[in-house]
Design a protein around this ligand. Structure first.
Ligand SMILES: [Zn+2]
Length: 286
């Protein structure tokens, strides 16, 4: 298998989503949003989609071997523009540049695919500018937005997108539900609720390594998504969580993940998250 094939190959456990993408490719939506899964899987599927729309063999999947596929895999295809909010915020200047580029037809025979991965990293002005681009569609251009959950993005961006949800990360071999990450996530929620338990919990552990901290963040993220679902399903109960607070919690999770990647001590990252959100919950007006 060539390198390009591996890069553009959809992750095996996301077969349902890659099947959808193959069917959508005949008439691609102007904007596609990929949520769920892991950040790597979302990015791989976004590139897979770019491959589907630009592969010159037309086999219903990116061949990975043609000039177009190899350029996409190498990140040098002229019609595949990739901005990522994972490491730094996506700023308005970047989106403005896209808008002028979109006025020109794609250079190759496929679609111009504009990927905004981890689009929760869009600053407000940049998100609004992107929205304007979506409101004045230009033939030949399509967008792909990726984010952990659709609720992390402006609702107006989501409503203009065709949303596909990837399968959630699976537990590792031998890992039981309720094992460490879920227990740490539960301890953190208990701390947010009562102000007790968290410090004792991390001290007793004596240390949290990066994989455990990452899986704890995934567990919290999964719960966050479930909270959104519950609030949407039972709007009449009057206990709808504060949408702004949930959004801030989502951003704090992203920031915590970024800090882990910058090698901040995993225990410190979790303590920061615990203390920050605890502070918000008790701030006047929260
Ligand atoms: Zn190809």
């Amino acid at each position: 298998m060539e390198a390009g094939q591996r890069v553009l190959c959809a992750p095996g456990r996301q077969g349902r989503v890659s099947g959808y993408l193959a069917r959508l490719a005949g008439e691609p939506p102007q904007s596609l949003m990929l949520e769920g899964g892991t950040a790597d899987e979302r990015e791989t599927l976004a590139l897979h989609w770019a491959g589907l729309l630009n592969c010159t063999t037309g086999e219903g999947r990116p061949c990975g071997a043609c000039e177009s596929c190899r350029q996409i895999a190498a990140g040098v295809h002229r019609d595949v523009i990739h901005l990522s909010g994972a490491a730094e915020a996506i700023k308005i200047d970047m989106v403005r540049e896209l808008r002028s580029l979109m006025g020109e037809p794609p250079r190759g025979g496929g679609k111009r695919v504009i990927i905004l991965s981890e689009a929760q990293g869009l600053l407000t002005e940049a998100a609004n500018s992107l929205l304007k681009s979506m409101e004045e569609p230009r033939p030949g251009n399509v967008f792909v937005l990726t984010a952990p959950q659709r609720e992390r993005l402006l609702p107006t961006l989501v409503s203009r997108s065709f949303v596909l949800t990837l399968a959630w990360p699976e537990l590792k071999d031998g890992e039981e539900p309720g094992a460490e990450p879920e227990a740490l996530a539960a301890a953190m929620r208990e701390f947010w609720r009562t102000g007790r338990g968290w410090l004792a919990r991390t001290m007793e552990r004596g240390g949290v390594d990066k994989p455990l901290a990452e899986r704890t963040l995934v567990a919290l993220e999964r719960e966050l998504a479930a909270t959104y679902v519950r609030s949407a399903e039972r709007p009449a109960t009057g206990v709808v969580p504060d949408a702004d607070l949930l959004r801030r919690l989502g951003l704090a999770l992203t920031e915590a993940k970024g800090a882990l990647d910058y090698r901040v001590s995993p225990a410190l990252v979790l303590d920061w998250l615990a203390a920050t959100v605890y502070g918000w919950l008790r701030a006047p007006g929260a």
